[in-house]
Design a binder for this molecule. Structure first.
Ligand SMILES: *Cc1c(COP(=O)(O)O)cnc(C)c1O
Length: 316
């Protein structure tokens, strides 16, 4: 378990790097949802997603303990975040990416001076390689979610929501490996347990829902959901007990619901969010939560979607 104290320490550690992101409202979407909707805008966060919070907390911790080299296995938001913060604190980072990673993502990592190594096409290939690279070079492997420092960093979003919106009733959070939601649960549930915290997974990536039902960690086959930040095949050994202890509910959304929510956000609020973020909007718009007249915060976890990918959704 992660104490609220650890999350305050994380906030202090990351305060010079991470932005306090705004919360905005939409009357039109609120009317459609039958609830008052608020959006926590992590798509406007440095590096384009919340991942910079946990990555900064962890990398600054290991750098203070003398590390001069770190690795990560992700072509997505975690890889960008680790490259960004490593460059900021002056240590080297190698990011292991799949052979078929799209070039815009590789360019983003390189723009933050991260070195790239390609390896296979699955996380089962990339993860051991990133760990091995760290071992061979006296470096530290930075995990994407299953780590107390990462979870505490993501939890700082929970502290901000409590301060920014006193009257919040429900918080809706996307679930990949569970670092984001377990951080938010840890920040809020010991302080204000009456706030409902609801997780969202794509129908095809429902590993945490299945694990909760079974009462133990269940792994699923890798999926192809458009929510690429949520393709993780199982919850983590640190994250899952936290989710199990505190979560109020998990709901799932279809690929079509995710896409429709993403378009609606673009048209009505002029915000570009990535599919993983759109899952929370999809859940409230399709009435998956079964609540009325509540103040609901949807966590918009990131905005990194390239224009070509977006236009391919439009043409489907
Ligand atoms: C990583 C990620 C998630 C899921 O976070 P977990 O900590 O793995 O549950 C959600 N949205 C975006 C944009 C992400 O990058």
């Amino acid at each position: 378990m992660i104490t609220v104290q650890k999350i305050f320490e994380a906030r202090d550690q990351i305060k010079d790097i991470v932005k306090e992101t705004p919360i905005f409202q939409s009357t039109l979407l609120s009317d459609l949802a039958g609830n008052k909707l608020f959006f926590k805008a992590e798509h406007l966060q440095r590096t384009g997603s919340f991942k910079i919070r946990g990555a900064t907390n962890k990398v600054m911790h290991v750098a203070k303990n003398g590390a001069t080299f770190v690795t990560a296995a992700s072509s997505g938001n975690h890889g960008q975040a680790v490259a960004y913060i490593s460059n900021k604190v002056g240590i080297k980072a190698t990011i292991v990416v799949p052979e078929d990673a799209i070039s815009s993502k590789i360019k983003a990592i390189q723009a933050y001076h991260g070195s790239i190594e390609t390896c296979g096409t699955t996380s089962a290939e990339r993860l051991p390689r990133a760990k091995q690279l760290a071992n061979e070079n006296e470096g530290v492997f930075i995990p994407p979610y299953d780590d107390p420092y990462i979870i505490a960093g993501q939890g700082t979003i929970g502290l901000e929501i409590l301060e920014q919106l006193d009257s919040v009733d429900v918080i809706v959070v996307p679930i990949g490996g569970g670092g984001l939601i377990s951080g938010i649960l840890s920040a809020i549930k010991e302080v204000k347990p009456s706030i409902q915290i609801i997780g969202v997974e794509p129908e095809t990536a429902n590993d945490t829902l299945l694990s909760l039902k079974k009462g133990e960690i269940v792994a699923i086959q890798q999926t192809k959901t458009i929510a690429d930040g949520l393709r993780t095949s199982q919850p983590g050994s640190f994250t899952f007990p936290i989710v199990q202890k505190y979560i109020d509910d998990i709901v799932t959304v279809s690929e079509q619901e995710i896409q429709d929510a993403l378009f609606l956000m673009l048209e009505r609020t002029k915000q570009i969010i990535e599919p993983s973020s759109a899952t929370t909007v999809a859940a409230v718009l399709n009435d998956k939560l079964n609540v009325r007249d509540k103040n609901i915060v949807c966590v918009l976890s990131g905005g990194n979607v390239d224009v070509r990918t977006l236009s391919s959704f439009f043409n489907r």
